[in-house]
Each structure stands twice: as C-alpha cells, then as structure tokens.
Design a protein around this ligand. Structure first.
Ligand code: NAP
Length: 311
C-alpha cells in the first residue's frame, strides 16, 4: 500500500506565485502547506510601488499588495511556515523535502522560490555590502537623503528603483552597459524627465572603493575605453536575478542559469513537481504572470494528486 504523505501539496516560496498557489490549493481543499525561508512577499514586498497589477488603478505599494495576498491566503486557511527548503528528492513515489527544521513528505510540490539579485563580481562589491552597496532601494534608500548614489543596470528594477531613490537623494548616476535601456518605456520616459537622474551610457562598473564605506565607483566606457572615478555615497546594484533553485540539485531540467523548464501546465521534468513564477524559465517576470502561473500549477497539481491517491 502506498505510504500516505504528510501533505497533498507543499509550496516552496512565499512570493506572489506561492501565495496565489496557496489560495488556489486551499480552495481546492488540498492538505497543503507553504514554506518560506524569509518573510512572505518575495521581490514584490520590496517593490516601492506596483502599478501594473490589475485592480489597483492608482497603483499599490508592494508591501500592501503582499499583505492583501497573505490575508486572502489565510482567509482560506493556508498554513505558512517559516522554514527553508534545503533539498528535495523522490522516494517511494513521494516527494521528500528536507528543510532546515524537518523532513516533509508530499504527493506533489510547487516550486515558487523566486529569484535573488545577481552579483556583479567586481572588487569592493562584497566588502562594502551593507556599507554603501545595496540591492534594495526600498530597504536602504532612506539612508541616502541628499547624497549621491549610483544605480547599476538598465532593466525595470534599475530604472524603477532609481526613480524611487530620487525621493531621497541629490543625484542618481544610472550606469548602463549599453546605449538603450531594457526597462518598460513608461519607466524610461520618467527617468529621462527626472532631473536627478543622469544616465551614463555604455559604461560598466569596474571597482567600488572607499575607506570604511563606499566613496568611489570606477567605471569604464566600453566604446571609448575611458576610465572614470565617480564620487558616490552608495551603490545600488540591479544587474538581474538568479533563480533560488539550488536546493533542487539535478532533480529537474533547468537552463544553464538554473531557471526551471516547465510545460504548459507548469509541470517540470519530474511528474508531480511544478514550478511557477520568477524561478521558471519564462519570457516575462511580473507579479501578474507569477500569479497566473500559480493558478495553472495548482490545477496541474490537483489532477496529479487525484491520480496519486487513486492508483
Ligand atoms: P533584468 O531585466 O535582467 O535587467 C538587468 C539589467 O542589468 C540589464 O539592463 C543588464 O544589461 C544589466 N546587467 C546585467 N549584468 C550586468 C553586469 N555584469 N554589469 C552591468 N550591467 C549588467 O533584471 P531586473 O531589472 O532585476 O528585472 C528582473 C525581472 O523582474 C524582469 O523580468 C523585469 O521585467 C521584472 N521586474 C518588473 C518590474 C515592473 O514590472 N515594474 C519591476 C522590477 C522587475 P543588458 O540590458 O545589457 O542585458
């Protein structure tokens, strides 16, 4: 006889995808738990203002939106536990998840572990992390009132967070390695119009230096090869993201960066193991796509779980 798992479904990660999966799973009356290693919310939680999630015509802060997701999930009885998944494997037809606290067995698992900021790998980046180097403007921007900061990157995060930083700082040097931004056009327009943002095109960061805290950023123009030192008080790095999928080991198929391949039902290469949101190999990483992925993943998991118990 098949061993009964602790849960029908374990959701790993508590950002918008995980919380949405929780809402759908509870409404499907699955015996489900969500585990989250930090506090729920993911990158949405540290997003100053979300204005592309439907239903909020004036926009909503990432923190308030997260609160609403959590409230809604809890209304349907979702249990959210503060623990980190460290490994996952298959055993006796079950999924086994080792967390930092216990071993959990599940019929099905949805990975909604999201992403973490990528490092640049330049001198001074690690040394000054927390002493002027940051990857979160909403967390640290306040400390740079009337200061000069650099923001590295040309994506949505770099431009949106640079705009947020202008609420506090005297100036943002936006350092981008190409001559056009990849951020949404509406964000680009706002940045171009903002007097506090100066974009240094075709420039790459080379070194962050200072005595006890960040004082200088060395950049190089990739076209002219000219090297320049900028006097700054803080350096915000928005150079993209890495998926939080290391705990999966070689269990599922991923791309070379660890983003998980899924089919149309959000199923991975392992039956009964699904992935939704930013950790998935996907053409668009937004809150709205994460929540949509999650609904599809739960529908897939529900079918899998039905078969699991029938067999
Ligand atoms: P991203 O879109 O991957 O952009 C990363 C940026 O960093 C790119 O401009 C890239 O340059 C640059 N970069 C990468 N490595 C670098 C290096 N070593 N040195 C210098 N520059 C480097 O990452 P993101 O902006 O964090 O966004 C992640 C995902 O979240 C995206 O899908 C984004 O759309 C989404 N997001 C959406 C919103 C929103 O909807 N408002 C807000 C935030 C994030 P290249 O352009 O040359 O590649």
């Amino acid at each position: 006889m098949k061993i009964k798992p602790d849960y029908d479904l374990v959701i790993i990660g508590g950002g918008p995808a995980g919380l949405t999966a929780g809402i759908y799973a509870m409404r499907a009356k699955l015996n489900c738990i969500l585990i989250e290693k930090k506090i729920p919310g993911g990158l949405a939680l540290i997003t100053d203002w979300v204005e592309n999630y439907p239903g909020f015509p004036e926009g909503i802060s990432g923190a308030d939106l997260t609160d609403k997701f959590i409230e809604q999930a809890k209304r349907f009885g979702l249990k959210i536990e503060n623990e980190a998944a460290e490994a996952i494997w298959l055993d006796d037809g079950l999924k086994k998840i080792k967390t930092d606290q216990r071993l959990i067995t599940a019929a099905s698992v949805i990975i909604t572990a999201g992403t973490s900021p990528k490092k640049l790998g330049i001198e001074g980046e690690t040394l000054f992390y927390g002493k002027g180097v940051s990857t979160c403007a909403t967390c640290d921007g306040f400390f740079y009132r009337d200061k000069i900061v650099a923001a590295i990157g040309g994506g949505d995060s770099a431009v949106q967070e640079s705009l947020f930083l202008t609420k506090f700082v005297k100036k943002v040097w936006l350092i981008h390695r190409r001559d056009s931004l990849r951020a949404a056009k509406i964000l680009q327009e706002r940045a171009f119009k903002n007097d506090k943002i100066e974009i240094l095109w075709d420039c790459i960061p080379k070194k962050i230096s200072g005595r006890n805290a960040v004082e200088e950023l060395t950049i190089q123009n990739v076209k002219t090869e000219e090297i320049k030192d900028l006097s700054i008080d803080g350096c915000f790095i928005f150079a993209g993201t890495n998926p939080n999928t290391g705990f999966l080991g070689d269990l599922v198929k991923t791309d070379e960066n660890g983003f998980v391949y899924t089919d149309n039902n959000m199923g991975t290469s392992v039956k009964g193991l699904f992935c939704a949101g930013d950790a998935r190999k996907t053409p668009l990483r937004q809150i709205v796509t994460a929540t949509g992925d999650a609904a599809i993943a739960v529908a897939g998991a529900e079918k899998y779980i039905e078969n699991f118990y029938e067999k």
